[in-house]
Structure formats: structure tokens, C-alpha cells
Design a protein around this ligand. Sequence first.
Ligand code: FAD
Length: 450
Amino acid sequence: MIQPVIVGAGPAGVRAAQALVAHGLRPVIVDEGVSAGGQIYRQQPGNFRRSGDALYGFEASRARNVHAAMAALDGKVDFRPRTLVWNAERGVLDLISGERTERLSYTHLIIATGATDRVLPIPGWTKPGVYSLGGAQVALKFQGCAIGDAVVFAGTGPLLYLVAYQYAKAGANIAAVLDMASFGQKFRAMPAMLSRPAVFAKGVYYAAALRLRGVQVHEGSRPLRVIADECVAGVAWHDGTREQELLCDAIALGHGLRSETQLADLLGCEFAFDSLSRQHVPRRDAAGRTSVKGVYVAGDGAGIMGADAAEWAGERAALALLEDASLVFDRKRADVLERELARTARFRTGLEGAFAFPPSWAAEAPDDVIVCRCEEIAAGDLRAAVRESGVSEINRLKALTRVGMGRCQGRMCGAAATEILAQACGRGIDEVGRLRAQAPVKPIPFGVRA
Ligand SMILES: Cc1cc2nc3c(=O)[nH]c(=O)nc-3n(C[C@H](O)[C@H](O)[C@H](O)COP(=O)(O)OP(=O)(O)OC[C@H]3O[C@@H](n4cnc5c(N)ncnc54)[C@H](O)[C@@H]3O)c2cc1C
């Protein structure tokens, strides 16, 4: 008997489930969130009454479609919200819901676990009042509140403008947007971004709308440090010629996204370096098949491609599953989906060029900046380990310093630590390896007895 399981009920997971149900299967969908929708189409609590337009803006109709697709699957899938997959083995997953644990068997697995913020630390980033960009957005979208009375958005990536715009639209006070990407970078990336003109136009609109509302937007700037005593009181930043200071009581910091790849790693899937996101991601074919038979990856968890691509990739992975299980599937539809995904890949290249990773971050990060907040490991500790032991591999650095060994298991600090290591030992970021995943992939309550 075929028992497909999908981890993640974001756009990728929902479309995968829909395709499987359309072909007569009854998948289990597991998501740690309270409802389906994932990051972009996150639903508000049941007692909130904001309209779809207020919540999702231009994406309101897509959000409605994904939510409706999930609602139509009611009774046809086994949906397990508020349930975390904390470990994965061949043929079985370990789940936790509240304090209840369970083992769930599968014959085929679609991993659609999405992404998280990549945050490059600056001194003071662990002070109360500093949030990740995604965290700031969750506060607004889910809890209906702003992270502060005067908010600075700093870092790089399209989410910087989107979240700042959403705050401005909701009436929040924005002290400034400090964008590390320069205008020239974006201009040069324009031809590739025009491969998806509508998405490109939205980005231009967000930036223009912020300026029209009188928000200070500083392109090509660099946040230097958080000014704080107990809590955030401001930020020091560099405008390209001189240092400046800004007053604020909250900072949303983010430098693009990183794929959540731990489950594929625990299952022994092969990984390959993705130069666009500067991260190792599961090796996959155009349909999402990994190197492990019966395991598929889709959406941002397989490489950052955005929400539309996540929907196509989820459906494509489901069609691959059907094909591999010798069930009837629509080959023409599979080809259409692959073409759309290829077109998005070109757009993605442009986007990563426009908001390129700040190349000098690792060299400029001061020795005393905390990289791993769980274990309180600073950049200088990592550099000292490189100097003293000649380490040039990230798991070895972890063993020597405990970086990435805390509650987040490197999900927050892994990217920054890898950058510091590569710079300190003079190797490419693709040469210093990736932090191996360990279960539990996310924190689980102390009270749980396995
Ligand atoms: C914080 C954040 C905010 C974003 N906001 C926007 C936005 O406003 N606009 C935009 O265009 N793009 C946004 N993005 C990017 C956008 O979310 C993605 O492109 C899109 O949602 C990808 O869809 P997905 O289905 O691959 O993953 P997601 O939508 O991220 O869905 C993944 C789902 O998997 C679940 N999950 C993950 N790990 C586990 C596990 N171990 N066990 C159980 N469940 C698990 C999560 O709860 C989540 O619901 C955002 C990304 C992030 C990280």
C-alpha cells in the first residue's frame, strides 16, 4: 500500500497534497503551524477579522486559492497541524504534538519545509528589540502588532522592502530602511528580473511606495551596531562615506533566506552547493526527486525560489511520486510545471544579483560580535580556533568551539559561522562543508518522554 506523507502545509505542501488526492491517494500532511498556508499565506488567529487584502496585499487572491485548496481537501487527507517532525529515518518519522509523541510510517515522503531568515550578526543583535525580518512579519501578520514604535529595517533581500511596506501600510512608524544592496547592483540585475515582469513590478512598487510615504531608504548602506543599554535605542550605520546614528526602539534584521534542509539530511540525501543561496541543499532532479528513493523535496526547502514556484514544485513532486509508484499521471502537466520552474530560476538569479550577499561581511565582523547566541560564541572565538588548530571544516569547528551546538542546532548561526570560517581559513564558502543535521531538528519540550 502507498502511504505518502508531506511535511509542510505551505504552498508547496498544499499543492502536492491536492495532486495526490486528485489521483486517488490519501496523504498525511504534517505541519507545526496551527493552520495551513506556510510563511507567506500564514493565516491569522480565528478571532481576528482583517481582510485578505489587508493581510496579503497583492497576494490576496493566491492566498485565498491556497487556503481554498486546503479546505477542499478536508476529509480527503489526514492533516496534522501543531505537529512537529523532529526526526526522520528511512520509512518513519518522529512526530511531536504538544507533549504527545508518535512514530509515523511512510512509503513516500515529500519534504516541503520552507525556509527561515538568514541573519548576519552585528554587535548588539542579541539585545531585546532586535528581531529577524521574518519574525517582524509574523508579529504583524499573525499577532497584528508592530515590533516597536520606531522600527529600522536593515539588511538585504526582497523581504526587506516587502515587510517594511507591510508595516508602513499597517500604519507603523518606520525610522528607516537600511538596504545593504546598492542601486547599481539592482540596475545590473534588471534584465534577469524582467523574466517575471509582474513580480519585478511588485518589488519596484514596494520601494516606491515607501519613499512616497516619506520613509528614508538608504541603499548601499551598512548597519554597524545596535545602540542599546537594556533594550534597543538606535542603530549605528555607514552610508558609504561616513558613520551615522539613528534613533529607534526596534530593528528587523535579515539577509535573505536559507532553506530548511535538516530532514533530507537526516535521511541521507546527497547535498550539493547552491552558489545563489550560498548554502548546501539536497541534490534533486527537475521534479524534486532526491538521491534517496521515495524522498522528494519541493518549495523553498529545496532552494529559495519563492511562493509561486513552491506551488509548482509541490505539484511537480507529487506527479513524480505518482510516476515512481507506477500510477497514472499527467506528463504534459509535468512538462508545463518544469518550464515554469525554469523561468523562475532565471528570475531568481536576477534577484540574488540585485540583493547579493554582502561580500565583505565576514572580514568586517568585529571579533566581539556574538555569532552563536545559544552558546555565546563570538566571531573572535571562531577565528582563534582557525588560527590555533588550522580547522577548515564547519563540523570540526563546531566540535572545537560549540558553535551551532545549542537549541537552534545551527539554524540561526550556521550561515554566519560558515562565512566566518571560510574567510578566516582562506577557503571558498563551498569548501568548508555544512553543519550536519541532528535530531531534534527544532527544540522540543523538556516534558516529552520518547
Ligand atoms: C518568515 C518568512 C516570511 C516570508 N514572507 C513572505 C512574504 O510575505 N511574501 C513572499 O513572497 N515570500 C515570503 N517568504 C518566502 C515564502 O515564504 C516562500 O517563498 C513560500 O512560502 C515557500 O513556500 P513553501 O511551501 O516552500 O514553504 P513555507 O511556506 O515556508 O511552508 C513550510 C511549512 O513547513 C512547516 N514545517 C517546517 N519544518 C517542519 C517540521 N520539521 N515539522 C512540521 N512542519 C514543518 C512550516 O510550519 C511551514 O508551514 C517568507 C519566508 C519566510 C521564512
